[in-house]
Ligand binder design. Structure first.
Ligand code: T4K
Length: 369
C-alpha cells in the first residue's frame, strides 16, 4: 500500500519562485544586500499598511526583536510574564538580565490572567510581558489599567498575532511595544524574521539604532545595540509573500471552521471560544483532551497520529517553568500555575495551514469520529 504523505502542523507560505527571481536579479544588480536596502524599506511600509500599525521595524527574527524591545524600554528588575508560551519569551527576559515572574493563565484563552498579574506585583516589578498566545488577544484593557496604576511598561510578545484585529484595530497596537515573529511556521513569514511595532517616530529611531549595533550615524554609537538586521533577500521574499497573505488566511479560516464544526460535540475535546469583535488569522488550532472522557490520553493521541503521519505538536508543553533555567524560580511552583499546568498537560495543536486539502482535514478528523 502506498504510504500517505505526512501532514505537518505548519507549512510555510512560500511566494512564487518564478516571481521571486526578478527580485533576486535586482538585488544582484544593485549589490545592496543588507543594512536598510530598498526592499527592506518597502517591506516596512507595506507591513505598516497591511497590519494597520503606525511604525514597524523589521528584525532578523522574533527573539532578537524581543531583546531589542526590552532594551529600547530600558527595563530592569522583575517582569511578570506567562509560563504558557514558547521558551523564547522567558529567554528574552533572562538574556536581558531581567527576572521573570510567572503568573498563571485564564482557562478561556490560555493567556495571562490579569488578576494573577496583580498578585505577582512586588516593589521590584518594572514591566509586564504578556503573550497573545495562538493569536488570541490577551486582556489588553485590564493589563493597561494595571500598568498605569503601578507605573509598569508593557511589551507584548505578539509572535502569533500577524493580522489579528480587535474591533477593527490591530492587536499589535497594544502596549508600549509589540513584537511579531515572522518565522517559517507563522501565518506569514520572511523565512526567519521578526518585527517591533511602536507608537512614535522617536521610539522607532531608537529601535532601528539598537538593531544596528546602536549606531546613530557613521561615527556615533548611542546604545549597546545588537545586529538584528533583516537582509534584502528576505525582505524581497516578504514583499512577495505578503501578496498571498490574505488568501492564505482565508484558507486557514475554512480549515478552522471544518475543525470546529466537527469537534464541537466530541466528548472529551474542547477548545477556546471565539470572542466577539476579534478578527482572527488562525495561527494554530489547539484542542484540549480530557483524559477521563476522551477515548485516549493526549499523549496516546499524539503518538498514534504521529505514527500514521499526522505530525501534531503539543504547543506549549512542557511549560517554560518546567525547564531547568526557570524551574527553581519561586513563581514556577506548580501550585502557583495550576491552570497552565493543566492546559499544558492536555493540549495538542492540530495541523493548521493554508496548504491543507479536504482529504488532509478528513484524515485529521478521523481520529475524533
Ligand atoms: N514568542 C513566541 C510566543 C513564539 O512562538 C516564538 C516562536 C518566539 C517568541 C520567537 O520567535 P522567532 O525567534 O522564532 O522568530 C517553531 C518556530 O521555529 C518558532 O518560530 C515558533 N515560535 C515556535 C512556536 O515554533 P519548532 O521548533 O516547534 O518548529 P519546527 O521547526 O519543528 O517546525 C514545525 C513544523 O513546521 C515542522 O514539523 C514542519 C513545518 N515546517 C517547519 C519549517 C521550519 C515546514 O514545513 N518548513 C519549514 O521550513 O519552532
Amino acid at each position: 500500500m502506498m504510504k500517505k504523505k505526512p501532514i505537518t502542523v505548519a507549512s510555510p507560505l512560500l511566494p512564487s519562485l518564478e516571481a521571486f527571481i526578478p527580485y533576486l536579479e535586482e538585488i544582484w544588480k544593485n549589490k545592496w544586500i543588507s543594512n536598510g536596502g530598498s526592499y527592506h524599506q518597502a517591506l516596512e511600509e507595506a507591513l505598516c499598511d497591511y497590519l494597520k500599525v503606525p511604525y514597524l521595524s523589521l528584525f532578523t527574527n522574533g527573539t532578537t526583536a524581543l531583546l531589542c524591545a526590552l532594551k529600547a524600554l530600558d527595563i530592569s528588575g522583575e517582569v511578570i510574564t506567562t509560563p504558557y508560551s514558547f521558551v523564547a519569551t522567558a529567554h528574552a527576559l533572562s538574556w536581558s538580565g531581567l527576572t521573570p515572574v510567572f503568573a498563571d493563565i485564564s482557562p478561556d484563552d490560555c493567556n495571562i490572567d490579569p488578576a494573577r498579574i496583580r498578585e505577582a506585583i512586588s516593589p521590584k516589578t518594572r514591566g509586564i510581558l504578556p503573550v497573545n498566545i495562538y493569536g488570541y488577544p490577551a486582556r489588553t484593557t485590564e493589563i493597561t489599567d494595571i500598568a498605569k496604576e503601578h507605573n509598569l511598561q508593557v511589551i507584548y510578545d505578539a509572535a502569533h498575532v500577524f493580522g489579528v484585529e480587535v474591533n477593527g484595530e490591530s492587536l499589535l497596537n497594544a502596549g508600549d511595544l509589540s513584537v511579531l515573529s515572522l518565522s517559517a511556521t507563522k501565518v506569514y513569514n520572511t523565512i526567519e524574521g521578526g518585527a517591533i511595532v511602536c507608537h512614535d517616530k522617536e521610539m522607532k529611531k531608537r529601535i532601528d539604532s539598537l538593531r544596528n549595533y546602536g549606531f546613530a550615524s557613521e561615527t556615533e554609537v548611542l546604545f549597546p545595540g545588537i545586529n538584528g538586521k533583516m537582509d534584502e533577500v528576505r525582505a524581497a521574499y516578504g514583499l512577495l509573500a505578503l501578496k498571498d497573505a490574505a488568501s492564505a488566511i482565508e484558507k486557514r479560516q475554512v480549515v478552522f471552521r471544518q475543525y470546529r464544526q466537527a469537534l464541537y460535540s466530541v466528548r472529551g475535546v474542547s477548545f477556546p471560544e471565539e470572542k466577539e469583535g476579534v478578527k482572527y488569522t488562525y495561527a494554530y488550532f489547539p484542542i484540549l483532551i480530557d483524559k477521563d472522557t476522551f477515548k485516549m490520553t493526549r499523549d496516546e493521541l499524539y503518538v498514534k497520529m504521529k505514527e500514521e503521519g499526522i505530525l501534531c505538536r503539543r504547543y506549549f508543553y512542557p511549560l517554560i517553568t518546567s525547564f531547568p533555567p526557570y524551574n527553581t524560580y519561586p513563581s514556577a511552583r506548580a501550585e502557583n500555575l495550576a491552570v497552565a499546568n493543566r492546559i499544558a498537560d492536555s493540549v495538542i495543536c492540530l495541523p493548521m495551514h493554508h496548504d491543507l486539502t479536504e482529504e488532509d482535514v478528513e484524515r485529521v478528523l478521523s481520529y475524533f469520529a
